[in-house]
Design a protein around this ligand. Structure first.
Ligand SMILES: Nc1ncnc2c1ncn2[C@@H]1O[C@H](COP(=O)(O)OP(=O)(O)O)[C@@H](O)[C@H]1O
Ligand SMILES: CC(C)(COP(=O)(O)O)[C@@H](O)C(=O)NCCC(=O)O
Ligand SMILES: [K+]
Length: 258
């Protein structure tokens, strides 16, 4: 079975893929200091608790944090006796082209999202991923990654307000009752929530105009449904898009190796 690991700047998600479905998914905070032994204790405890008897034979990793990759490689080697595929490294091929400026190291999560989007929905996509940063990935008609947009993440925006202004508290995102807030928290939520609705709508409209074609907008990340419930910004929402992409890339490389 395949252990797929998606490491973002905030959280790292581990999923076990049995070849047709994900049989388990666990999330932990991303900390580059965590050792292979620590990962294994955590993982094997959860597997036991949930009575998951999976023999892991393959590992694939996508990480936006370069420093965690070393320990994840050791995890794969020491505990699963396998060499992991690491997205973005030369020995991990992608089933789509990447057409960007020379020397650009595109975030692996964005490449994986593009592969997943193309596999499920076909070409001409805008993939919006609400993570630490909010990324827009543009897939061409043939599925190639052709660039995108990086915007500050929802929680990052709220944290930035709190960190920079002495009188602004820590606030969690939610949909405000009205646009005009009558208290500090409501004012901050309104700024980020409605500002974000505008940001997503405007960026998608401009991408479509710039590329002069119809494009479908696919959203992923836990915060997408919150925005979608206020306004129909997306044509589809897929929670496990990045994980799906990792399974596609894994299969592609396995097939190449045969
Ligand atoms: N359903 C949700 N509701 C509220 N906050 C969420 C939800 N899902 C994720 N978040 C928050 O969104 C931010 C980005 O998380 P995540 O998507 O895991 O980022 P990354 O992939 O960059 O690690 C974090 O602050 C996380 O706590
Ligand atoms: C833009 C990102 C920080 C998003 O990361 P995430 O929010 O998933 O943690 C990541 O994709 C990244 O580090 N990208 C490198 C630069 C680029 O994609 O062009
Ligand atoms: K992201």
């Amino acid at each position: 079975m395949l252990l797929a690991i998606d490491c973002g700047n905030t959280n790292t998600v581990f999923s076990i893929w049995d070849g047709s479905e994900f049989i388990a998914t666990w999330r932990t905070a991303t900390e580059w200091q965590r050792t292979a032994d620590q990962y294994y204790v955590w993982l094997s405890t959860l597997m036991k608790l949930q009575k998951i008897e999976a023999e892991i034979t393959d590992v694939i990793v996508s990480s936006t944090v370069p420093r965690v990759v070393f320990n994840l490689r050791v995890l794969a080697d020491r505990y699963f006796n396998t060499r992991p595929y690491v997205v973005g490294k030369p020995d991990c091929q992608l089933p789509v082209d990447v057409r960007v400026d020379e020397g650009t190291a595109v975030g692996p999560d964005r490449l994986v999202n593009t592969v997943a989007g193309y596999d499920i929905y076909g070409g001409d996509l805008i993939i919006v991923d609400f993570g630490t940063a909010t990324t827009f990935d543009v897939a061409d008609a043939d599925g190639a990654y052709v660039g995108g947009v990086i915007a500050p993440g929802v929680n990052l925006s709220l944290e930035a307000l709190h960190n920079a202004a002495a009188a602004l508290p820590h606030v969690d995102i939610s949909k405000p009752q009205s646009v005009v807030g009558t208290n500090t928290v409501a004012c901050m939520q309104s700024g980020v929530f409605w500002g974000y609705i505008g940001l997503v709508r405007e960026i998608c409209a401009r991408i479509k105009a710039e590329r002069d074609r119809e494009m479908r907008v696919i959203a992923t990340g836990g915060l997408a449904p919150l925005f979608q419930q206020a306004e129909a910004l997306f044509d589809a929402y897929q929670d496990d898009l990045t994980m799906h992409g990792l399974t596609v890339i894994h299969k592609y490389n396995k097939d190449l190796a045969e």
